[in-house]
Design a binder for this molecule. Sequence first.
Ligand code: IPE
Ligand code: IPE
Ligand code: MG
Length: 257
Amino acid sequence: MGTFAAHWITPMSSLSALINKERLPRHIAIIMDGNGRWAKEKGEDRLYGHYQGVESVRDIVEGAAELGIEYLTLYAFSTENWDRPADEVSGLMELLVTTIRKEVSTLNKNNIRLHVIGDLNMLPEHARNELQEGLDMTAANTGLNLVMALSYSGRWELLEAVRNIAKAVKSGELDPAEIDEQTLQNNLSTHAFPDPELMIRTSGEYRISNFLLYQLAYAELYFTDVCWPDFRKKNLVEALLDYQQRERRFGKISEQL
Ligand code: IPE
Ligand code: IPE
Ligand code: MG
């Protein structure tokens, strides 16, 4: 990306030395996009792109942990992705199960805690069980929180929240006049996490695609043409350097910050 093109020969270690450790985002959210196009360009099928994408997940999770990021949310499968061809959906589910099984010990070694957000009822039972095992086995870890968004969409999440709040009103637990932003936040699947300060999308698409609609209200957005299977620590560092040059005003003016 323009500003950092000059760093292309700089090794990762010296590039990451440019990061201001005092101004890191607590929470980075990533739309991991472009697996299919990346594979097609190489004359391979889409699933090959998803398999290679797992290598990027490993690298980015490791990089985030090394940098001391507290929360990393990865958009792995959207509600709308269920409408893809059946063989791609089942291939992705299989990949999910095998990856979690293989990676749990590495997560534990690195003190990483796994979380999942999304409509897990939609997942095949063996995938759900495998996920639950991953959640249980990493529950005591206190380092990076790795949040996988699976069968997730922002609109689904908001509907669920509205439904829960309506139930509480109906049962008399909650007075509608008392509903505030905190009520809504408490009913989101992300209630335990701070809002992301930085959202990255790969593959040159400039949209949100139903990701964290409520939580991204004031996130800095970073788009790169790099497809997900090519996105590595070095690219994460570039995104962070770009983020650190921005002025987050939250509606105010510069002089008030
Ligand atoms: C992102 O890559 C992974 C998922 C959505 C599961 P895509 O599969 O969307 O790849 P493109 O965008 O078609 O290239
Ligand atoms: C968003 O990517 C979902 C994930 C990365 C999991 P898509 O490829 O599904 O989004 P669109 O269809 O390009 O908007
Ligand atoms: Mg895509």
